[in-house]
Design a protein around this ligand. Structure first.
Ligand code: NI
Length: 254
């Protein structure tokens, strides 16, 4: 049984066949899915899906590219959402310096603010870090991540940074990128990080693994990621499935 620790089934790319594809998860070995929010509006689509599907859980939070218009009343709404029985994390939150639509100071403020909320409501965090590794780690270190738990989603930084993140007790999410032929850095990180700290994820509809790179992604393709990790780690795929399943259940308290 596989645990998809990070997906976006609220995305409009699933508008044509969302229920059909989610109905097929069980018979294809997908046991659990955490659907991460990206904006306040996305949460209104995500919570009904979690109520419809037993295997589906939610993370509530606002992605760094969406924090430009955030206000303190939104934090109050996130606090209310966090009480929902299927909400298991705050996310995805973080920093994204790839695009400069939202100023860095604004991103840092709301990242820090949402981490404080996670500490307050005692939920783990799902972290988005794109080209912002140093600032991201510095802000994480100001918070009690060891107590609440967290995952660096779609891990893409160095082995050196992985040691710092292991040091604050976090998990690492690996998805389609680990299967890409040019992703040597990501593969090297997956090699040195203990399997006990790794989660499987899709980030679907994005980042489909080889041999489906460029297509719409879904949890049904996640076995390619498990197989690649088994190859990198030199263990069998059943071990990867079982250990990552237990890791995700531990982190999210499921
Ligand atoms: Ni995502």
């Amino acid at each position: 049984m596989l645990f998809d620790s990070h997906a976006h089934y609220n995305d409009r790319k699933f508008d044509g066949d969302r229920f059909e594809i989610l109905d097929s998860m069980g018979k294809n070995g997908i046991g659990y899915i955490v659907n991460a929010a990206d904006s306040m509006e996305s949460i209104d689509k995500i919570l009904p899906l979690c109520e419809k599907y037993d295997f589906m859980y939610a993370a509530v939070g606002v992605h760094p590219e969406e924090v430009g218009t955030l206000c303190e009343a939104d934090i109050d709404r996130l606090r209310e959402f966090s009480k929902h029985k299927k909400v298991c994390a705050i996310g995805e939150i973080g920093l994204d310096y790839h695009y400069d639509d939202v100023p860095k100071d604004v991103q840092k403020y709301w990242f820090d603010r949402q981490l404080t909320l996670a500490e307050e409501v005692n939920l783990p965090v799902i972290i988005h870090d794109r080209e912002a590794h140093e600032d991201c780690l510095n802000i994480l270190k100001k918070h009690d991540i060891r107590r609440i738990g967290g995952v660096m989603h779609c891990y893409s930084a160095s082995c050196e940074m992985a040691r710092d993140i292991l040091g604050i007790g976090m998990y690492f999410g690996f998805g389609g990128t680990v299967t890409f032929k040019n992703a040597k850095k990501v593969q090297k990180a997956a090699e040195v990080i203990p399997l006990e700290r790794i989660l499987l994820e899709t980030d679907c509809p994005y980042l489909a693994p080889e041999p489906h790179r460029g297509e719409r992604n879904s949890s049904l393709l996640m076995h390619y990621v498990a197989e690649k990790l088994a190859e990198i780690k030199g263990v069998n795929v059943e071990e990867v499935e079982e250990v990552t399943l237990q890791n995700a259940k531990r982190l999210y308290g499921i």
